[in-house]
Unconditional design. Structure first.
Length: 193
């Protein structure tokens, strides 16, 4: 394939938490003409998320935490129901999600199965999200979880029936894309049967 993108200039607009850049580039369009385009791109690194499920009890583990962007965009409380997830920090995705599961939920899992890789917002964010599943039981619960104080996490952990989680998607109580994707994955692949 011939080269169809030529980056002209990258300008860092902010590197306060993650990196926001303005990218000027030339793009070879479908008509064979080069266009000069500017886009802002947010680089927050790659992430991982996991659906913890218990086939016998037909339950899953979810979290609830405050998310400022949702508060600014119509979520009156800013609280979001999600699967455990986090940024991959100088480690592979499996190691990262096992660590995040422990930090956020208090469950110590030994392994996780990768089922999906996805770009969540490819028009503006560079993040590639690796999504996993793992079975859990009560013997794996080592502590209460809740996240890290150093990261200002205040995470509520709860167990919910798979049936109720599906209903919460239908009623709009669960709106987080990665959570919806993994719950739908569990439904399609009959993880609760």
């Amino acid at each position: 394939m011939e080269k169809h993108v030529e980056i002209i200039k990258e300008t860092v607009l902010s590197d306060n938490w993650y990196t926001l850049k303005k990218i000027e580039f030339n793009f070879l369009n479908n008509d064979g003409q080069w266009e000069n385009i500017n886009r802002e791109v947010y680089d927050r690194g790659n992430g991982a998320g996991i659906l913890l499920y218990n086939r016998n009890k037909k339950t899953i583990i979810l979290t609830r935490q405050f998310r400022m962007p949702t508060y600014l965009n119509g979520n009156p409380s800013g609280m979001m129901i999600e699967i455990p997830a986090g940024i991959i920090e100088n480690e592979d995705a499996v190691t990262s999600i096992i660590r995040e599961t422990d930090e956020e939920t208090g469950y110590k899992i030994k392994n996780a199965t990768k089922v999906l890789e996805t770009y969540m917002s490819p028009g503006a964010v560079t993040e590639m999200l690796s999504l996993f599943i793992a079975e859990y039981d009560e013997r794996m619960k080592a502590h209460e979880g809740g996240g890290l104080e150093s990261e200002h996490e205040n995470i509520e952990v709860f167990e919910i029936s798979f049936k109720n989680a599906l209903e919460m998607i239908s009623t709009g109580k669960i709106k987080d894309a990665k959570t919806v994707m993994l719950i739908q994955y569990a439904l399609v692949h009959k993880l609760m049967e």
